[in-house]
Design a protein around this ligand. Sequence first.
Ligand code: GLN
Length: 285
Amino acid sequence: MTWGELLKQGQERLKKAGIQEYELDAWYLFEQAFSMSRARYFLDAKEEAAPEAPALKAYENGLERRSGRVPLQHILGTQEFMGMEFFVNAHVLIPRQDTETLVETVLNEQKNRNISVLDMCTGSGCIAVSLKALGGYARVAAADISSEALEVAEKNAGTYPVEFRQSDMFAAFEPGRDMFDVIVSNPPYIPSEVIRGLEPEVRDHEPLGALDGKEDGLYFYRILAEQCGDFLNQGGSVYFETGHDQGAAVKTLLESHGFQDTKVIKDLAGMDRVVRGTWPGQIRK
Ligand code: GLN
């Protein structure tokens, strides 16, 4: 069998299993298992394949798992986000392209590097780490309820100095002491009812706790809208990722808690994706 046939065989197997992106997915599994570059493949596609036994086993194993609807990123172990490579496993949400809109909005609006930023519900750490790496902000902190997620996020931070803290929302933060100029969050926002209808890759393999926004999906935005003001310096801002149909509701929620300059920002697909607001810093309650 040639290398080309070996790849083709994998593609056919994934196609039969109903995997939509079967050609691309099989290529990535092939590429990783055989350390095969595109260039080498073009030269060797018609050559007799001479894979090492462990590599062949890894390829077979990858195809088997992908056929069982395990996300490709869990098999490969990584996902690209903002041009950087992030380690992922079943304890964190796989970074989505949609979320780049959140990071880009912050980078565009927050030009002063001498600020402190908190990423609440950090998961893989992709938002916090890319803000530190690309925004160069003086202080970046990140929190998550899950210690397993924080292990992944710490690994992803590598040598970037991000302060991680295990916390159920702001439970481990103290108003007046833990203050920030910017708070960002991509909280769980899928309504519980909707989760059952998601693709098996998401529903069965990604952490439910990172997806489930309870009854109407807005549970965590209510906490954020209510509590962010306690941890924001005067004139500080919030940026939240939202579901495509939640922009208006989250904007209203922020306004009802005193946030100003609120705005809904669309993603590349033209869907509502990010809501921002500014904290005027008046005494509340
Ligand atoms: N955008 C993700 C999805 O559709 C959900 C992200 C979230 O709940 N924060 O799967």
